[in-house]
Ligand binder design. Sequence first.
Ligand SMILES: C[S@@+](CC[C@H](N)C(=O)[O-])C[C@H]1O[C@@H](n2cnc3c(N)ncnc32)[C@H](O)[C@@H]1O
Length: 340
Amino acid sequence: MESGTRLLLYSLSEYRELVFQLFDVAGARSVVEVGAEAGEFTRDLAAWANAHGGKITCVEPHPTEQVRAWALDPAVRLVEGRSPAALAGLEPADAYLLDGDHNYATVRGELEAIDRACFAEGRDAVVLLHDVGWPCARRDLYYDPAELAPEGVHPHAFDSGVVPGDPGVVEGGFRGEGAFAVALREGGPRNGVLTAVEDFLTGRPQLGFFTSPLVFGLGVLFRRDAPWAARAEAVIRPYAQLPLLERVEENRIALYLRVLEEQDRRAADAAALEVERERRLEAEARLAELESSLSHRVADGVQSLKERLAPRGTLRRHVCDLALAAVKAGNPVPREHRGG
Ligand SMILES: C[S@@+](CC[C@H](N)C(=O)[O-])C[C@H]1O[C@@H](n2cnc3c(N)ncnc32)[C@H](O)[C@@H]1O
């Protein structure tokens, strides 16, 4: 494996060719990126904007230093805030990349905001949504559940994980390591990114929605009567729901979960070894204490015996001296020298 190869592809930037082709066919110039994380895609978007006279508005509540650095580019504007509320204050854009908080309430709110700004006003836009596949399709994830209205938040846990085929949660599995929480149950109403898109599309037959299963799933949404709709569909078609691509994605996730299991097993083994090492060090320290107190007591005993025997002759005194020397040197007293 090439060093630096990622174990897990997860960034929307993996779709960069498709994204930029869609920008081209839709004639997009203004782009809103929701959710920048480390700014990996923001960097590519900034380069695209500079080459095409475009503008990127990046909405991110916790921008990293790297994202702030990309935002120094005159083609990039950073809005340090939370979508969907932050979208209300923005000019309508030609393209939206939705990859922020992956839950029903947020995504539904984002789509409604884009609808108000664009579709309902007869303005075309292309909307790309990341994480329309497992695990977020039918299960909410929350970066900051406390920031959402309580009725939009399912019971959730930050320290649990999920595995395909299990609607509950597990110890281990795919999880956020504290960065995000998972809803305790998969499925049911108002749960998950894909559910949010489907509910939004209900009663809006003028909007077309296309998906690709790869890298946690990408959704693309635009008006079917946009002048470029047919060309956009042609761009998406090679990435769309081919059974083979679905199997590749399932396999990728299964393999990654095996890697996580192995990492978890090694971490548990390392923790058990550490406990064992600490126990051994403690036992060795206790043993050393015992040895030292025992040799002092034996030395004291021999000394007092020597004093008691002093009047009984040089030979016995000599035996005691030998015994005392042996104890001090840490040697056992030879049987033939032990006094009788
Ligand atoms: C999955 S990461 C984005 C990855 C990035 N788009 C990429 O492809 O490399 C999600 C990001 O969304 C941000 N986020 C969480 N809630 C958000 C919200 N309500 N609005 C905007 N961004 C949000 C998180 O801080 C995190 O940086």
